[in-house]
Ligand binder design. Structure first.
Ligand SMILES: Nc1ncnc2c1ncn2[C@@H]1O[C@H](COP(=O)(O)OP(=O)(O)OP(=O)(O)O)[C@@H](O)[C@H]1O
Length: 251
């Protein structure tokens, strides 16, 4: 469903991403790993429309999307989280999920002002979806808390719920386990696998926590200094000499 070919991104004199190709098929969890500064987040930013890549093509469900703005890409069904949590801290937990749906649906201003029956119906559906996802990620009891007051692990789950209320077909997670304790990381593992199994979303994941990556990934792409280093199943990548060298070099 996602097909990235020869993706490149140059920032002035720095070639941060150099000819990276990767695929995500339906019903797959695919990870991107690599040492710090390898270019993982830049790849994400190009795919999700935050950057316009300087080279290569990105096809999502057959359509070329490179250079399209992020809101258009998310409406095609590809949504992401960020390395650093980006919630509306002063809004409540449930409001965060309602705003996400409004932005996604491009709600017509006039139908909103006039509160047409159709608008009310959509509002109710948005609320139902928000409640459903809060329950699914274990935050329903905290629906009316300010998002900024949640514990860090809860904020991470809320971010995932915020993606899921828009009913994506592909979820992109940028270091979702960063800052989580081992128990929270285990819960996250179950949550991500559950999203794939129960809602048929494909997942593209950047993650430094190797045990999580190895456990849940169907395939892994390794990049190093912007360039593709290896790809394959967790077992293949684990045994790849270049990968071992790159990681030992970093340590
Ligand atoms: N907007 C930007 N302008 C200039 N350089 C950038 C920009 N974004 C990233 N870079 C550079 O591109 C390179 C790759 O960065 P990137 O954040 O993609 O790496 P990463 O693999 O995600 O790293 P980490 O694991 O530390 O998050 C780095 O050298 C970084 O400094």
């Amino acid at each position: 469903m996602l097909e990235v070919r020869n993706l490149s991104m140059r920032f002035g004199g720095l070639l941060a991403v150099d000819q990276v190709s990767l695929d995500v098929n339906e019903h797959e969890i695919v990870s991107i790993i690599g040492p710090n500064g390898a270019g993982k987040t830049t790849v994400f930013n190009c795919i999700s429309g935050f950057y316009s890549p300087t080279g290569g093509t990105i096809r999502f469900q057959g359509e070329e999307v490179q250079g399209k703005p992020d809101y258009k890409i998310s409406r095609l069904g590809m949504v992401r989280t960020f390395q650093h949590v980006r919630l509306f801290n002063k809004m409540t937990v449930v409001e965060n999920l309602l705003v996400a749906q409004h932005r996604h649906l491009n709600t017509n201003l006039f139908s909103g002002l006039l509160k047409t029956p159709n608008y009310r119906q959509r509002e109710q559906k948005a609320l139902d979806r928000a409640a459903y996802w809060l329950d699914r990620v274990g935050l329903l009891e905290l629906a009316n808390r300010e998002a900024g007051n949640l514990a860090y692990g809860q904020q991470r789950r809320l971010e995932i719920a915020r993606c899921m209320v828009t009913e994506p077909t592909m979820l992109m997670l940028d270091e979702p386990a960063a800052g989580l304790n081992p128990a929270e990381t285990r819960d996250l593992n179950h949550l991500i696998v559950g999203l794939k199994e129960d809602y048929n979303v494909s997942v593209l994941l950047i993650e430094h926590d190797m045990s999580l990556v190895m456990e849940i990934s169907d395939r892994i792409n390794v990049i190093n200094q912007g360039r593709p280093l290896a790809s394959g199943t967790p077992e293949e990548v684990r045994q790849n000499d270049d990968v071992i060298k790159a990681y030992l070099g970093e340590a």
